[in-house]
Design a protein around this ligand. Structure first.
Ligand code: PLP
Length: 441
């Protein structure tokens, strides 16, 4: 009997004992090709020598010193690295470190509130986010997320958050509507909601540049984020980009928002930052946000014991140095094109795959009961979960997401292979996914 409180208390899970390249190996010797990196985390596979060496070296030097009193070299170097590569407009921004994506989202929300308070805008407290979306599991992050099933048990404990439509082209773009018109219509919805609420009460708009967990891997229509930026500026609302899943190279640029040609006021990142070697997340604030605090209290109204942990930041810096020195962003784009092509070949005509979407090495398929009408499967059948189990049985790991019972999203399966994946592993992944889908549906 296990005394670990696992997510599923009834299941017996394999014990993983080793990572080798992009494979995980359990205590029975079974090998699993990790084609989703545990939800877009393991961008460098499981045995990167440079990251391991950097973590060990930092551990030998210094692990922890309270950041209320001290800074440390790797935390400073990682912040320098991120700010130097941040989207244009970040200026002399700053980075705060946390332990998980959820904590980063909490910190981002609080930072937005602090910004407005420092400027004397005390009525600005409302948050607008999108539906569906996922921003984490702690109470603030869960409230911002727009997934009915995940919110339901905790609804009485959640703060009020306004939700508008996500940029979910497959279900929301109208027949004959151009991409530009779709982008404009979605952005108009944001502006209308801000005006309806009273701009002087709105603190921030929160969105993932490429939506992850709740929609698989859904990029926004071209121009959407430019409109969003203009609207936020017009009404004094901060833009928080949640890059926890799509950031740090996953979509082919270090920050996903780079591709949209705008800069967020506050950006969160996590999974690919530590790439699974260290539990670390970050919140990056652009210069204008920092200036407001400098001109006001001069203090950050948020703190955690393990902020700026020396080993965690050393590990993350080594991850980003690997990404840069080995041109892994180029690899993401090349392997991403291969993955996209292979998915279209395998599922382009599949009776139960309604949509194939993504960017970089971040791709998903949406499952449908009927392709012509786009009718989703009954979510209680949890077909995506069954596909994951079938694939795992065969030795490949993909990431399932159950759709929303309210019909705002269908079931889908996400692939997020390591940036270091050789072409044959991409082919193998799609082939094994095909077998799992056909075996289940
Ligand atoms: N934001 C996004 C976009 C995510 O995908 C996730 C996790 O999947 C989170 C936030 C929460 O991150 P964590 O699970 O590290 O708390």
């Amino acid at each position: 009997m296990s005394h670990v409180l696992h997510r599923n208390l009834r299941a017996t899970q394999p014990v993983i004992v080793r990572g080798e390249g992009n494979f995980l190996i359990d205590d029975k010797g079974k090998r699993y090709l990790d084609a989703c990196g545990g939800a877009a985390v393991s961008s460098l596979g499981h045995d990167n020598a440079a990251v391991r060496a950097a973590v060990a070296a930092q551990m030998d030097q210094l692990a922890f010193a309270h950041t209320g009193l001290f800074t440390n070299t790797p935390a400073e170097a990682l912040a320098d690295h991120l700010i130097a590569r941040a989207p244009e407009g970040t200026g002399e921004g700053r980075v705060m470190y946390l332990g998980s994506g959820s904590e980063a989202m909490e910190a981002a929300l609080k930072l937005a509130r602090q910004y407005h308070l420092e400027r004397g805008d005390s009525a600005r407290a409302k948050i607008i986010a999108r539906k569906p979306s996922y921003h984490g599991n702690t109470l603030g992050a869960l409230a911002v997320g727009g997934h009915a099933g995940r919110r339901a048990p905790f609804a009485p404990m959640l703060m009020d958050v306004e939700h508008i439509d996500a940029a979910y082209a497959y279900r929301l773009q109208r027949e004959g509507e151009s991409e530009a018109d779709f982008a404009q219509r979605l952005a108009d919805q944001l502006e209308a909601r801000i005006v309806e609420l009273g701009p002087e009460t709105v603190a921030a708009f929160v969105a993932e540049p490429v939506v992850g967990a709740s929609l698989g891997s859904q990029p926004a229509p071209v121009g959407y984020f430019k409109h969003v930026r203009e609207i936020c500026d017009r009404h004094g609302v901060l833009l928080i980009a949640d890059e926890v899943m799509c950031g740090m190279g996953r979509t082919g640029s270090l920050f996903a928002l780079e591709r949209e040609g705008i800069c967020a006021d506050i950006t969160t990142m996590a999974k690919g930052l530590g790439a699974g070697y260290q539990p670390i997340a970050a919140v990056m604030a652009r210069e204008s946000v920092i200036d407001a605090i400098m001109a006001g209290s001069g203090n950050l109204w948020n703190g955690h014991t393990y902020m700026s942990h020396a080993v965690a930041t050393a590990g993350a810096l080594a991850v980003l140095q690997e990404v840069e020195s080995r041109d892994l962003l180029g690899a993401v784009r090349a392997r991403g094109t291969q993955l996209e092509t292979a998915l279209h070949q395998r599922f382009g005509q599949h009776a139960h795959v309604g949509d194939i979407r993504g960017r970089g090495l971040f791709w998903s398929i949406e499952l449908v009961a009927d392709r012509a009408s786009k009718t989703p499967f009954d979510v209680s059948r949890n077909l995506a979960g069954k596909i994951q189990r079938a694939a795992m049985e065969a030795g490949m790991i993909c990431y399932p997401s159950q759709g929303c019972a309210d019909g705002t999203a269908g079931d889908h399966v996400l692939l997020a292979p390591a940036f270091t994946s050789p072409p044959e592993e991409i082919e193998m992944t799609v082939e094994m996914l095909g077998q799992a889908v056909d075996g289940v549906i």
